[in-house]
Design a protein around this ligand. Structure first.
Ligand SMILES: [Cu+2]
Length: 302
C-alpha cells in the first residue's frame, strides 16, 4: 500500500518535523524580512532528498515570479539566516547561476558554479562542523554584471547512506549584480546532476572511522581560479567568528570538577545533538530543552 509505505519510510528516516530553512537575506548591510529576495518554498523547512529532482535547484515550490530581486555590488557580502540554526552534521555550500534575463524568470536550468564550502575540520580523531544560524559569503568581483540566483545548501549526512538518506536544505536568493570588474566564465555543473549517490561526500558515514571528507559538487571557484577550473581537494574552511561550532566527537572532559556547585559540566544548546551511536559529546541539554532520541544515530535537544 503506497501511502502506508511512504509513511513508514518517513518514520524510518527518523526525522522530526522541525528541520530548518534559509529564510532571510542580508544584502548591503540590510537584513531583510523573511523570504524577501529569497524564493519561498512550499515544504516548510523540510529537505529535498531526490537527487534527480529539479527541486534540488531552489527547493520545492520556490517561485521566482513572486520574489523580488535585490541590487548588489560585485564583491558584496550576502548573509543567509535560518529559522533554526543548522543542526544536522554535514557541509554547507553556496552556488551561483547566471540568469539569461531576469532572475525572477529563471528556472535554474543553466550552469551553476560554487563559490563557498563550509566543510569539517578534523582534530584528535573528531570532526567539527561549522553549524550556524547564518552563513556569509562574498560575491566574486570578476563575474559579469547581470542577474543571478545565489543558492545555499546544507547537506545533512546525519543518517548515513545507505541505511539513511542525506538531506538537502536549499534556498535561492535573486540578485542583480553591478560593478563587476570582469567577464569570468567559471566552469559550471547542472543541478540536478551535480550530486550522485556515489559521491564520497554523500555516502560518508560520520560515525565510523570518519577522518577525511570531500564536500560534494564541484570545486570552489574564485576569481583567482581562472576560467579553467580550480583544484581544491580540501575545501573545509575556518569558521567565521560568529558561528557556533558543533563537535561530533569530543575528548573526555576532566573528572576534576572545578566547583561542587556545577554538577553538570556541559550543556548542549536546543536543537544540538545529545546522543546517538558513535556520539561522545555532551549528553546534557540546556535548561528548557530535553534530550530526545530521533533514531539510533541521533538524539537531539528539543
Ligand atoms: Cu532534519
Amino acid at each position: 500500500m503506497k501511502t502506508l509505505s511512504f509513511a513508514a519510510a518517513l518514520l524510518l528516516a527518523g526525522d522530526v518535523s522541525a528541520h530548518y530553512i534559509f529564510q532571510q537575506l542580508t544584502a548591503g548591510g540590510t537584513k531583510n524580512p523573511v523570504f524577501k529576495y529569497i524564493r519561498q518554498n512550499s515544504n516548510y523547512n523540510s529537505p529535498v532528498t531526490d537527487l534527480t529532482s529539479n527541486d534540488l535547484r531552489c527547493n520545492v515550490g520556490a517561485s521566482g515570479a513572486s520574489t523580488e530581486t535585490v541590487a548588489v555590488r560585485a564583491g558584496d557580502s550576502l548573509t543567509f539566516t535560518l529559522d533554526t540554526p543548522v543542526y544536522h552534521q554535514g557541509p554547507v555550500s553556496v552556488y551561483m547561476s547566471r540568469a539569461p534575463g531576469a532572475a525572477s524568470d529563471y528556472d535554474g536550468s543553466g550552469g551553476w558554479f560554487k563559490i563557498k564550502d563550509w566543510g569539517p575540520t578534523f582534530s584528535a580523531g573528531g570532526a567539527t562542523w561549522d553549524l550556524s544560524g547564518s552563513y556569509t559569503v562574498a560575491l566574486p568581483t570578476c563575474i559579469p554584471d547581470g542577474e543571478y540566483l545565489v543558492r545555499i545548501q546544507s547537506l545533512g549526512i546525519h543518517n548515513p547512506w545507505p541505511a539513511g538518506t542525506p538531506q538537502f536544505y536549499i534556498s535561492c536568493a535573486q540578485v542583480k549584480v553591478s560593478g563587476g570588474s570582469g567577464s569570468a566564465s567559471p566552469p559550471t555543473v547542472s543541478i540536478p546532476g551535480a550530486f550522485k549517490a556515489t559521491d564520497p561526500g554523500y555516502t560518508a558515514n560520520i560515525y565510523n572511522n570518519f577522518n577525511s571528507y570531500t564536500v560534494p559538487g564541484p570545486s570552489v571557484w574564485s576569481c583567482g581560479s581562472g576560467d579553467g577550473g580550480s583544484s581544491n581537494p580540501n575545501p573545509g574552511t575556518p569558521a567565521a567568528p560568529t558561528t557556533t561550532l558543533v563537535t561530533s566527537t569530543r575528548a573526555a572532559t576532566s573528572t576534576a570538577a572545578p566547583s561542587p556547585t556545577s554538577p553538570s559540566s556541559c550543556s548542549t544548546a536546543k536543537w544540538g545533538q545529545c546522543g546517538g551511536v558513535g556520539f561522545s559529546g555532551c549528553t546534557s541539554c540546556a535548561s528548557g530543552s530535553t534530550c530526545s532520541k530521533i533514531n539510533d544515530y541521533y538524539s537531539q535537544c528539543t
